[in-house]
Design a protein around this ligand. Structure first.
Ligand SMILES: [Zn+2]
Length: 401
């Protein structure tokens, strides 16, 4: 029994000691935490607050006027040290912002400074705002411009580039396919977003691309009215590539693939020759003539190829002396500059009543047919170049490029 009492007593003593030491440890560490959190932090915060108050008094205009000497001692003199600008790019019809930031020796913006901007011959005077930024809003026609600026002894210049606005609509007239299945089209596609979109669109209908650069004439171009005449279609893709990258004056519409069904079957047409029915209501070629008229176009060009020994069987531009007044001079201009033959009929529709260009002419809009000679379903660099050259001179005659 004695032994049991001794063991119990010893156990009781040991337990009470460990309990006391555990409590002590906890109490001490708790105290330390309290000191850190409560005593030191408020002191720091107070210091921050004092600094903040001092800074605020610098900016307070009321204080500056009432205590002149104090304000002058503490107010920083801002020395214009840098004018920051960068080149701007935009699309016709979308306003752009050209900004100039004037900063001092510490990189802080300087407000209220008058900046003189000069875009070509036009002068703008704009003050820098509270952040030191002067914003010039621009909405110019497509082109490349130089912006010159001058402020507080700083001068410099930047470029302002306005690209053509490009849009594509798919004319769902029931003529569709996939022209990328034609190897010579796929192989000769320029790497360009709009060319790709136009080619992809043929699965749904006729792609109609619109390029807008601002005030100027409107020209409408078609290719692929005859399916197996590939060089003019490749030239049209080349033109789309060009127009999506170079600013123009005016508007250009392009349907690069008209008879998609015939193109995919590698034939001239699949029952109806579109270049013989443009005078007949409801046909695709008649719908194109109506679009040219509806868009109030100033000129139209329809691009073909012709077989060696066929009719006309040579590189040629064909127009008529009437009724569209400018058709004769336009035909002469293209022939002279693209170095191709020419044929001017007395009156549009003299040879065939249903050709697209003739029916456009009959609406008083000058229209030409441009042909390059090579076998059907073939493409050569030379014929593409000649077809493309005729397209460009059609646009040049109309001052679009
Ligand atoms: Zn043809």
């Amino acid at each position: 029994m004695k032994r049991i009492y001794l063991v119990l007593l010893l156990t009781a003593v040991l337990l009470s000691i460990s309990a006391v030491s555990a409590t002590d440890d906890f109490a001490i560490s708790n105290d330390t935490l309290e000191i850190d959190n409560v005593d030191e932090m408020p002191l720091q915060n107070q210091a921050d607050l004092n600094q903040g108050e001092e800074l605020q008094s610098d900016d307070d205009p009321a204080l500056e006027t009432s205590t002149d000497t104090v304000a002058n001692d503490t107010k920083k003199v801002q020395v214009p040290s840098k004018a920051t600008t960068k080149n701007v790019k935009s699309t016709y019809g979308t306003p752009a912002k050209f900004t100039l930031k004037l900063t001092d020796q510490d990189g802080e913006g300087i407000s209220g400074k008058l900046v003189t901007f000069k875009v070509n011959d036009k002068v703008y005077k704009i003050k820098t705002d509270s952040k030191g930024i002067a914003t010039l809003k621009l909405n110019y026609k497509a082109g490349k411009y130089t912006i010159k600026y001058s402020v507080s002894g700083f001068t410099g210049k930047n470029t302002y580039t306005v690209n053509n606005k490009v849009t594509m609509t798919i004319l769902k007239w029931g003529n569709k396919g996939d022209v990328s299945k034609i190897n010579l089209i796929k192989k000769n596609m320029p790497k360009n977003k709009w060319v790709k979109e136009a080619v992809d669109a043929t699965k749904k209908g006729n792609p109609l691309l619109k390029f807008q650069g601002g005030k100027g004439k409107t020209v409408f171009i078609t290719a692929g009215v005859h399916g197996n005449e590939l060089s003019s279609q490749v030239a049209a893709m080349k033109l789309i590539n060009y127009l999506s990258k170079h600013p123009i004056k005016g508007t250009v519409y392009v349907i690069p693939f008209v008879n998609i069904n015939a193109i995919t079957h590698k034939v001239r047409h699949t029952g109806t020759d579109y270049n013989r029915v443009a005078h007949k209501s409801g046909t695709i070629s008649n719908k194109i003539v109506n679009l040219v008229s509806k868009y109030d176009c100033d000129a139209y060009g329809d691009f073909h190829t012709t077989q060696p020994g066929g009719i006309p069987g040579k590189d040629i531009v064909m127009g008529s002396a009437g009724p569209a007044k400018k058709c004769k001079s336009m035909t002469n201009y293209i022939a002279k500059h693209a170095k191709v033959h020419k044929k001017i009929y007395k009156y549009a529709g003299e040879q065939y009543p249903g050709a697209l260009a003739d029916n456009v002419n009959k609406k008083g809009i000058p229209g030409v047919i441009c042909e390059v000679m090579l076998p059907h379903n073939t493409v050569t660099a030379k014929t593409v170049k000649t077809s493309y050259s005729m397209m460009r001179y059609l646009l040049k005659f109309n001052s679009v490029i």
